[in-house]
Design a binder for this molecule. Structure first.
Ligand SMILES: Cc1ncc(COP(=O)(O)O)c(C=O)c1O
Length: 439
């Protein structure tokens, strides 16, 4: 199969030449970069994407876990097409934003009010600002290594590495972007994942200072391991006692259960940020949670503690696509994709045993991640990809790509409702062949 990647004459290579002239690094988002050049999509349907060279692949990346029904689902295409003809954005409210908010509030008893925004980054930023406005405190705590988008405060320590992450009893707040204001570093408390003892010891040094703890329940870059019940109980008790808020980033994990991965725990989130799948393939974000907190954005009160707006927030195209997608993603659909992911995890574990490769697979709900480590990591430092692992991971990812599979570049995969057992069994077989190559 000619994949166009090593072919200097390919359509993709020619497009990339042009892109390099006008886009930094030739891309608009670093995630699509591949060497020697990115691949360019032509069209897609269901779980299959065809690139501009005419090569079709099964899509386990799903636009970074955002396409729960795969591509061009007929019901979403039809609903959006009708909305396009009726107008795409107004300086007026629309009924569909109410219907979508009603739908989301109906999915979880932890959601009393909702605000829509345009990305996950914006949802996390809005959630942190709401928490500050409600508590009157400005510091936040976050998990070392966890990705929450681009907001200065939320991105701290996302790319920490052995040379700068410091002692594990006191992780350093490491900036991602050059020029991050020093004040941001002072206002972010970094805690280790799934280590209640160390995390609480760190938090105790900041009693009465934090607006909240920002947390992804299964942070992808921390290893795609679910938060333990013990960890969640410890954080929840700590915030209750401290008067700070539990702030969940369910931008990816909302796909895991009908009401999000928070259903796995016996704790109540104060606010939840959502994004990705709830946009039905369009840019989206949402903040949901306790009405009392969400009311910091209420423009009807005399002093609005967190004035919030956005030109394209709750635009009717996104609302229509999102509502249609989420109505289709009912309890039965959630159970089905979760069961397919389980099948993949069991199959890959069998392949690991059969090939004797030093690897393991983590994940829950409808996602999994393959690590080239003998044992599953339990935090960011253990999940950190070494130079040796990185070289072998590249061989594995290239093998999967050549075999016709699109993966998230950490060797993670997300299942869509457009998949069936045959796609799962195909990736398990390809993974087994890949393990044999890197063993
Ligand atoms: C857990 C999590 N939070 C926040 C974001 C940021 O979302 P967006 O890319 O829509 O800004 C992402 C994106 O990958 C994410 O995975």
């Amino acid at each position: 199969m000619s994949d166009g990647v090593n072919d200097a004459q390919s359509v993709s290579a020619a497009l990339y030449e042009r892109a390099l002239e006008v886009l930094p690094g030739g891309v608009s988002r670093n995630t699509v970069l591949r060497k020697p050049h990115p691949l360019y999509a032509d069209h897609a349907s269901g779980c299959r994407v065809t690139d501009v060279e005419g090569v079709e692949r099964i899509d386990f990346a799903n636009n970074m876990a955002s396409l729960i029904h795969g591509h061009a689902h007929p019901a979403i295409v039809q609903a959006v097409t009708e909305q396009l003809k009726a107008g795409t954005a107004f300086t007026l409210a629309t009924e569909v934003e109410i219907r979508f908010a009603e739908h989301l509030v109906g999915r979880s008893d932890r959601f009393e009010k909702v605000r829509f925004v345009n990305s996950g980054t914006e949802a996390v930023m809005g959630m942190l600002k709401a928490a500050r406005a409600f508590t009157g405190r400005h510091k936040i705590a976050k998990i070392e290594g966890a990705y929450h988008g681009l907001y200065d405060y939320a991105e701290i320590s996302q790319t920490a590495k052995p040379s700068n992450w410091g002692d594990e009893t006191n992780p350093v707040a490491v900036p991602v972007a050059y020029g991050t204001p020093p004040g941001v570093l002072m206002d972010v408390v970094v805690i280790p994942f799934n280590d209640p003892e160390r995390a609480i010891a760190i938090l105790d040094r900041h009693k009465g200072e934090l607006a909240g703890i920002l947390l992804d329940l299964m942070p992808h870059r921390v290893g795609l391991i679910p938060a333990s019940g013990e960890f969640m109980a410890a954080l929840s008790d700590w915030t209750d006692e401290d008067g700070s808020l539990l702030l969940l980033d369910e931008i990816i994990t909302f796909r895991s259960e009908y009401g999000g991965a928070q259903e796995w725990y016996d704790v109540r989130a104060d606010l939840t940020a959502m994004g990705k799948l709830i946009g039905g393939g369009f840019p989206v974000g949402a903040i949901a949670g306790r009405a009392e907190i969400m009311d910091v954005m209420n423009p009807l009160v005399e002093t609005v503690r967190f004035p919030h707006s956005g030109t394209f927030s709750a635009n009717p195209v996104t609302m229509t696509a999102g509502l249609t997608a989420m109505e289709l993603y009912d309890r039965q659909a959630v159970a089905r994709v979760n069961q397919l992911a389980r099948r993949a995890i069991v199959g890959i574990e069998d392949a690991i045993r059969a090939t004797g490769v030093a690897a393991c697979v983590t994940g829950r709900g409808s996602m999994f991640r393959v690590h080239l480590k003998a044992n599953p990591p339990s935090n960011y430092r253990e999940a950190f990809v070494t130079a040796d692992e990185s070289g072998r991971l590249k061989v594995l990812l290239d093998h999967l790509f050549d075999a016709g599979f699109l993966m998230i570049n950490t060797c993670s995969a997300t299942i869509s409702t457009a998949m069936g057992e045959s796609e799962i069994d195909a990736i398990v077989d390809a993974m087994a062949e890949g393990f044999a190559k890197i063993r």
